[in-house]
Ligand binder design. Structure first.
Ligand SMILES: NC(=O)c1ccc[n+]([C@@H]2O[C@H](COP(=O)([O-])OP(=O)(O)OC[C@H]3O[C@@H](n4cnc5c(N)ncnc54)[C@H](O)[C@@H]3O)[C@@H](O)[C@H]2O)c1
Length: 309
């Protein structure tokens, strides 16, 4: 049984070098033609070049997902060039931020705008294109573990990812009569595996880095401040020892966009080694003591990945 997206055309928003690029590459490796959007034209172009290096077909469609004219402009470009759109992945987001005591109204508003308007405008205009043309397509909204449970230091992110989760369920109801499916996908701090990103930042992900840049936000140094998180040694967090990579996400999203998933709508798919299913009081075995997952099936055939990811 081969999963094939041959003949399908996809748009991936926010196709920066980490997860967006991983999803775009996967859709292309499974056969789709992929239009790569980003507010940063260089990021969109780099994603196109990564896909082309791997034998796929792609087009850069730079633009701001919160600007309706730009959104309809790049959607029209894709339709003019390739005739139709079958897949939309709403991936663009502003990460980072601060906790509720420290976040600025400006950042909060923009982060919510990128997630809220980005999902809304792209889903509306691609959804209309699909409905008008009888295309029973697939729309995926990228969420986060922060949309399902609380972490200190990311109040805007927590707010808009929680919103994305229910946007998916409501949009799934709106589009079900047209045979268009809408689902969420929840990444959980994957370890980057884009060779270009590893060359730039070095190996490892957020869980491998020193705690100051990891989970839980910074606080100020006023005398009344309380710590936002446990600062002792970090217990293992993931039952299978790893949350995986953007390639793992890409395989799953490609399957979710394929016709094999024809009746899956209004759901959330998570690839996290069991992290979200874990009871709060349970600390899994140390990664070194677990069997770990089966080896990753790579999708970037141009870069040598000789590490255990
Ligand atoms: N990295 C993680 O650990 C993690 C974990 C869970 C969920 N996620 C989610 O996965 C998705 C991708 O994350 P990432 O780690 O690759 O982040 P990233 O910051 O590397 O990529 C996000 C991209 O979105 C683009 N973008 C921002 N605003 C935009 C706008 N208005 N219009 C168009 N593009 C815009 C950015 O330029 C960037 O390239 C996001 O939705 C994020 O919330 C990431």
């Amino acid at each position: 049984m081969e999963i094939s997206l041959e003949g399908k055309v996809a748009i991936v928003t926010g196709a920066g070098p980490n997860i967006g690029s991983g999803i775009a590459l996967a859709l292309a490796r499974y056969g789709a033609t992929v239009a790569c959007n980003d507010i940063d034209p260089a990021a969109a172009q780099a994603c196109v070049e990564r896909i082309e290096r791997n034998g796929g077909t792609a087009l850069a469609i730079p633009g701001d997902v919160t600007d309706e004219q730009q959104v309809t402009g790049y959607i029209d470009t894709v339709v003019e060039r390739f005739g139709h759109i079958d897949i939309l992945v709403n991936n663009a987001a502003l990460l980072g931020g601060k906790g509720v005591l420290d976040e600025s109204a400006e950042f909060f508003q923009r982060a919510v705008e990128v997630a809220g308007l980005g999902n809304f405008l792209n889903t509306q205009h691609v959804g209309r294109h699909m409905a008008e043309n009888g295309i029973r397509g697939s729309i995926v909204a990228i969420s986060s573990s922060n949309g399902w449970s609380g972490t200190a230091g990311v109040i805007a992110y927590a707010f808009h990812k929680g919103g994305v989760n229910n946007f998916v369920r409501a949009a799934a109801m709106d589009l079900a009569p047209y045979g268009i499916r809408v689902n969420g996908f929840t990444p959980t701090a994957p370890t980057p595996d884009n060779p270009a990103l590893i060359a730039e930042r070095g190996p490892g992900g957020v869980l491998d880095r020193p705690r100051a840049h990891g989970i839980g936000g910074e606080t100020g140094d006023e005398p009344w401040r309380r710590p936002s998180r446990w600062t002792g040694e970090r217990a293992p967090l993931v039952p299978m020892g790893t949350t995986g990579t953007p390639t793992d996400i890409g395989h799953a999203v490609a399957w979710l966009c394929s016709d094999y998933a024809r009746l899956i709508t209004g759901c959330d798919l998570v690839v996290d080694g069991g992290a979200r299913a874990k009871n709060f009081a349970y600390a899994p075995a140390a990664p070194a003591d677990t069997a770990g997952p089966v080896p990753l099936i790579p999708l970037d055939i141009t870069g040598e990945l000789d590490r255990d990811l």
